[in-house]
Design a protein around this ligand. Structure first.
Ligand code: HEM
Length: 422
């Protein structure tokens, strides 16, 4: 066996789900800083055939190549329990097609379905379309900062980092304010469920499935109202859109809404909060950004590299293939560690240093290839405005307690960031 393909690295009797992944990956103790484990993995077994049966890729070059390789894609079932529970609980068939098959969003579809579905939404998220939102995003940011500055001691996640993108996506879809708390609860539950199924207790998988179905039922009703009385919001547009005689079917519309809701704010919230923490951990970079607010966009890019919210994505081989010395038969599961690729010294010199002047967008925080994040322009705009206004409106941003990380491994983020603002 080559060092590239180690199979066992946990103690032989370690049969916990985490033990089955090996290398100490995803241990709760490394939640605050998983990067030393990623370095060890990349150095010792960059193509790691884990005891869980998954091939794990941690080098930048392999990760980027896989994400752009059409021989990798989605083949079900990646999450057999979730899929089975969804079929069992979806009694009214909200998320099933005419043949009774569960419909997933285009995030987990291969061409040609992927392109067909992404095309309906793409025009709303171009840099130009998104730039029109800048004044409103700035106004929401300033209103949140007014409140935060008035109380001085805040949890920056709740009061700012999360509140901003959540408000923005709710406004885009025109979700009534009275429903925000309920929608937020569903979204958190769905985001937690993005972790690999074998790491998640079955009751959490079940909670996720219930949240998916409740949110789908909610959007089903809301889209019926919008079809009857269309407004200028994105949900009205998707509910009524026609593209050369093609339209979204009812379950396709719902799966798209679920994707936009969760993807549209959970990772942006993590980015803003992790960005502030990364700057507090690097006072020289924070001082530099205060002195040169024009560096805000570059700072966002560097935080995306340094501590990306999505730490990993899954793919499956759609055909037999060989990478390096590893043979991967069709149907092999591959885990691409975006967080590890972004700290690969072969691509980013001195990768553990936050350096706002790196001036590169080559990181993999938004993935690559056909699934490259559709919301990247919106995420970049929101995070840039958030960081810039936070520093322009304050003279002091200081930690006043212990930051707390969410238990999630796939979508990494802070649960709480206690901050004093002046
Ligand atoms: C910091 C913020 C964000 C990050 C780091 C991020 C990251 C990602 C990543 C890594 C993927 C691809 C997953 C894969 O390759 O399997 C993705 C896909 C996607 N993201 Fe984002 N995202 C962010 C914000 C947003 C926002 C604001 C929206 C929309 C409102 C959004 C919408 C989407 C959609 C629709 C996809 C699916 C694209 C496809 O499969 O073609 N994201 N995002």
């Amino acid at each position: 066996m080559t060092t590239e393909e180690q199979t066992v690295n946990s103690t032989p009797d370690d049969d916990t789900p985490i033990g089955r992944v090996g290398f100490g990956l995803f241990e709760p103790a490394t939640r605050a800083n998983p990067y030393p484990v990623y370095h060890r993995l990349r150095e010792q077994a960059p193509i790691y055939h884990s005891p869980a049966g998954i091939h794990i890729f941690s080098r930048y070059a392999d990760a980027a190549a896989i994400l752009c390789d059409p021989r990798f894609g989605y083949s079900e079932p990646r999450a057999p329990l979730g899929r089975a529970l969804l079929t069992e609980h979806d009694r009214t068939g909200l998320l099933r097609d005419d043949h009774g098959k569960s419909v997933s969003s285009f995030l987990t579809r291969n061409p040609p379905d992927h392109n067909r579905l992404r095309r309906f939404v793409a025009p709303s998220f171009t840099p130009r379309a998104v730039a029109r939102l800048a004044p409103r995003i700035t106004a929401i940011t300033d209103a949140l900062l007014d409140t935060a500055l008035a109380s001085r001691e805040v949890d920056l996640v709740e009061s700012f980092a999360y509140a901003l993108p959540f408000t923005v996506i709710c406004e885009l879809l025109d979700i009534p304010a009275a429903d925000h708390t309920m929608v937020q609860h569903w979204s958190h539950t769905m985001a937690r469920g993005l972790d690999p199924e074998f790491l998640v207790p079955p009751q959490r998988v079940e909670q996720r499935v219930r949240a998916v179905l409740e949110t789908a039922a909610y959007f089903h009703e809301l889209s019926a109202q919008r079809r009857a009385h269309p407004g200028s919001d994105l949900l009205s547009e998707l509910a009524t859109i026609e593209d050369n005689g093609d339209a979204l079917t009812a379950p396709e519309l719902l799966s798209t809404c679920l994707l936009l809701l969760v993807a549209g704010h959970e990772s942006t919230a993590s980015l803003i909060a992790s960005g502030v923490l990364a700057l507090l951990d690097h006072p020289d970079q924070l001082a530099r950004l205060r002195a040169e607010p024009g560096l805000a966009a570059a700072a966002v890019e560097e935080v995306l590299r340094y501590d990306p919210p999505p730490q990993l994505v899954f793919r499956a081989t759609l055909t037999d293939l060989t990478i390096g010395e590893s043979f991967l038969p069709a149907g092999t599961m591959a885990m691409v560690l975006l967080g590890a690729a972004n700290r690969d010294p072969a691509e980013f010199p001195d990768p553990d240093r936050l350096d706002l002047t790196r001036a590169t967008q080559r990181h993999l925080a938004f993935s690559q290839g056909i699934h490259f994040c559709l919301g990247a322009p919106l995420a970049r705009l929101q995070a840039t405005i958030a960081l810039r206004r936070l520093l322009e409106r304050t003279t002091t941003v200081a930690l006043n307690g212990q930051p707390r990380w969410k238990p999630n491994v796939a979508l990494r983020g802070l649960e709480a960031l206690p901050i004093t603002l002046r």
